[in-house]
Design a protein around this ligand. Sequence first.
Ligand code: ATP
Length: 320
Amino acid sequence: MIKTIGVLTSGGDAPGMNAAVRAVVRAALKKGMTVYGLKRGYCGLLEDDIEPMDEMSVAGIISRGGTMLYTARSAEFRTEQGVLKAKATCEKYGLEGLVVIGGDGSFRGAADLSAHGILCVGLPGTIDNDIACTEYTIGYDTAMNTVVEMVDKLRDTCHSHDRCSVVEVMGRNAGHIALNTGVACGATFVLVPELPYDLDEVAKKMLETKKTGKQNFIVIVAEGIGHSELIAKTLEAKTGIEARATILGHVQRGGSPTLRDRVVASEMGYYAVELLENDIGNRVVGMQQGKIVDFDIQEALSMKKPFDEKLYQISNTISI
Ligand code: ATP
């Protein structure tokens, strides 16, 4: 059985990463392993920024956003020389396994290290839910709840001024956050990169709705579409309804993780340790139909995530 493992967070931070780190550390310690925390993703391995972890190292963090291990992106690690340096650090500390909490890029790095004999297990940590092998990523629920809270506030002021609020939400090239928050906030329209859109259609819907007496509108724009200022100006010109753009930005990445993020992070962290305990590496942990499962990293990276077109259709049908 593996005796010593490391844990790191890499790429963009996401609420719930701390809960995952806690689960990894506590589960591994309970199984008699020694655990190290690597600071700032793969930089921790390259710069020898590593700390031993005990039960108390992760006390009090389950409710905290961000990541206590810090996170970073490392260009050096993407080189062969960087991977060899990282491997040498693993050998120095006796690290036989590594839990990598991050996105697809971090998993590619984990595959490289696995090829050099370090058993790596990836956990999906990103607010964007854009990892194909899993229906859920750690941080997604918290980020969406933050968006809902913000849009509800915008709705109040839109209502008072008979205004349209064009709200740009995160998601990188994926529209999952936009679609789900759009449904939850009763957005008139949701613009996502996965599907074509027509601002004439959006304007037409707003004008038709106006006839019913409703004069305030929310339009959610996914980051992958962008140009929310221009979209607001265009809608205002087409409808005569005052439209303002709000880019929610990094506020979506912060905050105390929701129950769902804490629980999923805990389950996935525990599962990762079970894999390592059985000498299984080069895997990514995911969720399929509510169950925690794992995939070969290359297989996981080659998968495609479907977009929920049915929910998009529902959104368009029930919103006015
Ligand atoms: P997010 O979705 O939040 O951006 P990510 O894990 O995809 O997370 P990246 O910046 O793509 O974020 O990757 C994080 C780190 O993983 C990089 O800084 C790099 O060190 C490593 N990495 C990324 N891509 C590769 C690759 N193709 N090969 C090896 N390592 C990689």
